[in-house]
Design a protein around this ligand. Structure first.
Ligand code: ADP
Ligand code: MG
Length: 227
C-alpha cells in the first residue's frame, strides 16, 4: 500500500471547506494511520459528509490540505445506488476507475451479493442496499475505505453484520477505515480511536475507551454515563 509520510494514509491539516459563505469545516486536522480503524462522530450538520466528500475529492477545500495515500473508496451517505440497475451493474460501476469488471472477489467477501446479483437495487432492503454500496466500494480494491453513516436507517442486527465484515477486512487485509457514525456505541466498539466533530470543528479526539469515559462525550453521544 502507498502510504504517506510516517505510515499515515489520511492526513487532513487545517482544512476549511465552505459552501458560499457558510463554513462547513473550520480548520479541521486529523490523521488516520495505515491499517487503523478510526471513527468520526458528530451530530447532524457537523460537517462529517463534507469531510468524507473532501477526502473523495468531491468538494474543494477553501484552505488547508487533504492527502490520501493509496487507493481510497467512499461508501456515501444514503448509499447512492442506481435503483433501476441490477446489483451486478451497480457493482460494475464501482470498478470503472480500476478497470475491474469481475465481481467474484467481492462475492467472496460478501457472498450474499452473489445471490442478489440479478435483482434491481431499488427493491432491496436497506441493509442489502448498504451491502451493495459496500461491495461497490470494494470493486476498486481500496486500501482506504471511508464509510459515511454505516448504520443510518438499519436494524441493529443488520448493522452488526456489516460492521463485522468491515472489521474482518481490517484484520485480514489491513484495510484502513474511517467510519463516520452517529451511533457512538458502535463507533467506539469498532474503532480504537475516534474524533468528535461539532459545528465544523474537532472538539474531542483520542482513544475510544477514554472518550467513552469523558462525561461530555458520554452525555452527548452515549445517552449519559457509561460507567
Ligand atoms: N451542498 C451544500 N450546499 C450548501 N450547504 C451545504 C451543502 N452540503 C452541506 N451543507 C451544509 O454544511 C453543513 C455540514 O453538512 P454535512 O457535511 O452534510 O454534515 P453531516 O454529514 O455531519 O450531517 C451543514 O450546515 C449543511 O447544511
Ligand atoms: Mg452526513
Amino acid at each position: 500500500m502507498t502510504s504517506l509520510r510516517d505510515g499515515r494514509v489520511i492526513v487532513v491539516e487545517d482544512l476549511v471547506v465552505a459552501y458560499g459563505t457558510a463554513v462547513a469545516l473550520d480548520h479541521v486536522t486529523l490523521q488516520v494511520g495505515a491499517g487503523e480503524m478510526v471513527a468520526l462522530l458528530g451530530p447532524n450538520g457537523a460537517g462529517k459528509s463534507t469531510l468524507a466528500n473532501a477526502l473523495a475529492g468531491l468538494v474543494e477545500p477553501a484552505s488547508g490540505t487533504v492527502r490520501v495515500g493509496g487507493r481510497a473508496a467512499l461508501i456515501p451517505e444514503g448509499r447512492q445506488l442506481f435503483p433501476d440497475l441490477s446489483v451486478a451493474d451497480n457493482l460494475a460501476l464501482g470498478g470503472w476507475r480500476s478497470g475491474e469488471r469481475d465481481p467474484s472477489a467481492v462475492y467472496d467477501v460478501l457472498p450474499r451479493l452473489a445471490e442478489l446479483a440479478g435483482r434491481r437495487a431499488g427493491v432491496l432492503s436497506g441493509g442489502e442496499q448498504q451491502m451493495v454500496a459496500f461491495g461497490r466500494a470494494l470493486m476498486s480494491r481500496p486500501s482506504v475505505l471511508v464509510v459515511d453513516e454505516l448504520s443510518l436507517g438499519l436494524a441493529p442486527g443488520v448493522t452488526a453484520d456489516l460492521a463485522a465484515h468491515l472489521a474482518g477486512l481490517n484484520r485480514s487485509r489491513g484495510l484502513t477505515v474511517l467510519l463516520i457514525e452517529q451511533n457512538a456505541r458502535l463507533a467506539f466498539e469498532l474503532c480504537p480511536r475516534a474524533y468528535v466533530l461539532e459545528a465544523g470543528r474537532v472538539v474531542a479526539e483520542g482513544e475510544s475507551a477514554e472518550l467513552a469515559g469523558d462525561p461530555r462525550v458520554a452525555g452527548a453521544y452515549l445517552g449519559g454515563s457509561v460507567a
